[in-house]
Ligand binder design. Structure first.
Ligand code: GDP
Ligand code: CA
Length: 324
């Protein structure tokens, strides 16, 4: 089976680790899993290229993530960050651990040698054993795209800040007026991205942020058309339970684009290509206009690998039931 998934960071990575575990349990492999990662969160800090969502996917699938946090490395230390702070080097609001720094240094060195982000991501993935698991991680695009957030400066003027500044520094506490994906007008899908959607047997949307993770990937030229056109069933899992995000600030992101925070409204964002939608029993009433959409409910809280595997299995079974 060829499965293609679009993914942000923590929600995407936990779901996909569960999917891997579910596929292992089926024992009828090998199955091929292509993950298209959001790079709109990427940022250059201290001269280093940081790709938070790709790194969360690498660390989680590779067994190196700090589990309690959902991102960053297990067993992390912060010596370098302390030294940077001693010099007064900015910014200090973005946490980078020593182990994590090595990822950004290696990535930046390889990018500096002229390699594409796809090539660099494949090199990083070797260390985490992704191909041994049948997983191929692709950035959505090789050209830099950075999500910026237009916020009120407080003096009647607006300003655009990098997504990370809004999300991490301001904890999404300053109302966002809109999101701008800088560089998207010049971006193209990375090699293999559109092919992976068109040639898949099943396409899955993990419970990633619908605006700043999945929404950004959908803005990459050709991606949305490929989802509309693929013969594969497209099945998504709601990132909201009973109208609230499980973690993070998806509700603030939805408010910025004028969409209600509900499983139903999120499905509405994908209505032109979505075939199946998995919601929590708390949202079982979810009815999305266009009766074509198959809605299935089951507990959607990913407490551990086993519960994430169960959710992934539910999404996969729904997709397979829609295949004929
Ligand atoms: P980020 O880039 O690290 O923010 O991660 P993603 O975009 O991949 O995922 C963020 C979304 O995952 C948030 O909107 C959360 O509500 C959702 N999420 C996190 N944990 C869970 C969970 O256990 N169940 C469900 N259904 N959604 C979750
Ligand atoms: Ca992210």
């Amino acid at each position: 089976m060829r499965i293609t998934a679009l993914a942000g960071g923590v929600g995407g990575a936990r779901f996909l680790r569960g999917l891997r575990s579910h596929l292992d349990g089926l024992g009828d492999g090998p199955h091929e899993l292509t993950v298209i990662g959001n790079t709109g969160d990427d940022i250059t800090l201290f001269g280093l290229r940081v790709c938070p969502d790709l790194d969360t996917l690498l660390y989680t699938l590779g067994g190196g993530v700090k589990e309690s946090q959902g991102w960053g490395r297990a067993g992390e230390t912060h010596v370098v960050q302390g030294e940077l702070a001693a010099y007064g080097a900015q910014p200090q609001w973005f946490a980078l651990g020593d182990r994590d720094f090595a990822t950004h240094i290696a990535r930046s060195q390889w990018l500096g040698q002229g390699r594409s982000l796809s090539e660099v991501t494949a090199l990083l993935a070797q260390r985490w054993g992704l191909s041994e698991q049948g997983v191929r991680l692709l950035p959505m695009s090789d050209s830099p795209v950075e999500t910026h957030v237009v916020i009120d400066r407080g003096d009647g003027e607006t300003e655009a800040v990098h997504f990370q500044e809004w999300w991490v520094r301001h904890q999404a506490g300053v109302p966002a007026q809109r999101f701008v994906a800088l560089g998207m007008d010049r971006a193209a899908a990375a090699s293999g991205v559109l092919e992976a959607i068109r040639g898949a047997d099943v396409v899955l949307l993990p419970p990633s942020n619908p605006v700043v993770s999945i929404g950004i990937i959908l803005g990459v030229p050709g991606v949305r058309d490929a989802l509309r056109g693929t013969a594969a069933p497209v099945v998504g899992v709601s990132p909201l339970i009973a109208g609230a995000p499980v973690r993070g600030h998806a509700d603030a992101c939805l408010a910025a684009i004028g969409v209600e925070a509900s499983a139903q409204a999120v499905a509405g964002l994908y209505a032109d290509f979505l075939d199946g939608w998995v919601v929590d029993p708390a949202d079982a009433e979810c009815r999305v206009k266009g009766a074509r959409l198959a809605v299935h409910d089951g507990p959607l809280l990913m407490r551990d690998v086993a519960s994430a595997a169960h959710i992934a299995g539910t999404a996969l079974d729904l997709a397979l039931s829609l295949r004929s």
